[in-house]
Write a protein that binds this ligand. Structure first.
Ligand code: NAD
Length: 493
């Protein structure tokens, strides 16, 4: 791949923890052909200092590595004020020189790893100060959050679209870089045994859990105006719903896949007004114990309002009103300071028409297909089979597949895959504007209601799976959450 990558925010946390190590991995796999990186940030730094910080971040993420000096020799640094045209003029001059020296064919990737309020102004400057006047391709990679609601997302989109066409905008949703999220499509569309059952005739409900044990930590300022709804549901959780619910695309092209996902978003049942609190539950963590350690409540975290009404947990029931999914609830829950760190999808199949076999003391368990997204990666299919011995008692057996082989060699980081996709010009695993707009429209209805009323927070103890209303959400429908800790499989040990 031949490209000049300009990282805005090159001294920040994301660049250090994710972007530099991911670029190094691409480099070490010979996936970067001719390339150079210009790191752009506010503070003054020499090239040497910058290269040292890139080295440090690769070493701390990946351990001792070969050819690091050669790798970092491709990195340059430019101190920059994002609001000042003069900064862009000198950046353009510098970029043109690097482009010529490395024969980069005028290909440019602008990666915005900065606070979201800068996204729009940077895009406008890139255009007005001539950085986007290139002979090769130009692509904009933009981090989350993409707006704060539909109105602000529209405004941001308008600003970036003055400089880049929709095809040139790569909106990051790092869940779409995860191995098992990408696998959802293959599991569904490459298996004769699943796709015929993948509908409301055979599936009773789908449960998606993304739980963290960490609290808000240093991100209090950002999180206060975001909350779990905007930080997790609007993007990552909705993307997983779309991948699980979409129709098979005609072809595996970016446009076809995106258009099927958009059709799911169009079929989402709007939850509005009084319905919001019937379909969604919000929570905020109180103090508690996690892994034997006492942790403070959210309201005692740094840069958090003592009376904060921000939710650190959200659970909900999402209905998709189309032929395939009518009547099948998609339950989602996500939050901080929960029992365990886990992202899992459970597809629960309907009960068979009549139970001939009983398990000891309990009814037959339904079939489950569990997709383990993180930390372990794999699939488990729960079936019923005869218990060894004389009787015809049934017991649950689990067929498991684990990405252990790849794991041993280190599954590529999500960011590594996404960066490579962007260089190849494959936008499939980035979110299209239509997806962003539909999911904001859905989420805005919820936040409008929640912002008007104060909840009696904190309402769940740290180290638990959220407020009790989360369980009631499913109990009302005759279901229960499959405990993620029980679903842990004997894989990736
Ligand atoms: P950060 O605060 O650690 O870094 C911000 C960077 O922006 C620094 O390099 C800083 O020098 C630069 N900067 C700030 N003001 C500037 C100015 N006026 N002119 C020039 N440069 C300026 O932020 P981060 O955690 O790296 O996050 C960056 C973006 O990535 C945010 O949009 C965030 O939401 C998103 N993101 C971060 C993570 C993560 O793991 N850190 C994960 C997902 C998304």
């Amino acid at each position: 791949m031949t490209s000049l990558i300009m990282i805005f925010g090159a001294t920040g946390d994301l660049a250090k923890r994710k972007l530099f190590p991911s670029l190094y991995r691409l480099f070490s796999k010979n996936k970067l052909d001719k390339f150079a990186v210009i790191g752009v940030a506010r503070r003054p730094l020499s090239n040497d200092e910058f290269q040292q910080s890139v080295k440090d971040s690769v070493l701390s993420a990946l351990g001792n590595k070969d050819n690091l000096d050669e790798f970092v020799s491709h990195f340059y640094y430019q101190s920059h004020d994002v609001a000042d045209s003069n900064s862009y003029v000198s950046l353009k001059k510098f970029a043109d020189e690097i482009d010529t020296n490395y024969k980069l064919e005028g290909n440019r990737i602008f990666y915005l790893a900065m606070a979201p309020e800068f996204f729009g102004p940077i895009a406008l400057h890139l255009k007005s100060d001539g950085l986007t006047d290139v002979t090769g391709y130009k692509r904009l990679v933009i981090e989350k959050p993409f707006g704060h609601d539909l109105a602000s997302a529209k405004e941001l989109n308008k600003q970036i679209r003055t400089a880049f066409s929709e095809e040139e905008v790569y909106r990051i949703d790092h869940y779409l870089g995860k191995e098992m999220v990408r696998n959802i499509e293959v599991i569904r569309f490459a298996n004769a045994i699943f796709e015929p059952l993948w509908n409301n005739r055979y599936i009773s409900n789908i449960q998606i859990t993304s739980s963290e044990t960490l609290g808000v930590e240093e991100r209090g300022r950002y999180y206060e105006s975001s909350g779990a709804l905007r930080d997790m549901l609007q993007n990552h959780m909705m993307q997983m719903v779309a991948l699980l619910a979409m129709e098979p695309p005609i072809k595996l092209t970016t446009d076809e896949i995106r258009s099927e996902k958009v059709r799911v978003f169009r079929a989402l049942r709007t939850v509005d007004g009084e319905e919001v609190n019937q379909f969604f539950v919000r929570g905020q963590y109180g103090e508690g114990t996690i892994e034997d350690e006492q942790v403070p409540k959210y309201r005692d975290e740094p840069m958090v309002d003592k009376e904060s009404n921000t939710e650190t947990f959200v659970a909900g029931k999402i209905m998709i009103d189309n032929f395939r999914w009518a009547g099948v609830p998609f339950y989602i829950r996500t939050g901080k300071r929960m029992t365990t760190k886990s992202t899992k999808i459970v597809i629960q199949f309907k009960d068979i028409p009549m139970n001939l076999y009983y398990q000891t003391e309990k009814m037959l368990n339904p079939n489950l297909l569990v997709i383990h997204i993180q930390p372990e990666e794999g699939i488990t299919l729960h079936l019923n089979a005869k218990k060894a011995g004389g009787h015809l008692d049934a017991q649950t057996v689990k067929l498991s597949f684990a990405n252990t082989g790849i794991h041993a060699m280190n599954t590529p980081e999500g960011y590594e895959k996404l960066l490579f996709d962007c260089m190849r010009g494959d936008a499939t695993n980035f979110t299209h504007w239509d997806e962003v707009a539909y999911s904001w429209a859905f989420v805005d209805k919820i936040s409008e209601v929640w912002e008007k009323t104060k909840e009696s927070f904190p309402n769940y103890q740290s180290g638990t799976m959220g407020p009790k209303e989360t369980d009631e959400l499913l109990e009302k429908d005759g279901y229960f959450w499959w405990p993620v800790t029980d679903l842990e499989v004997d894989i990736c040990k």
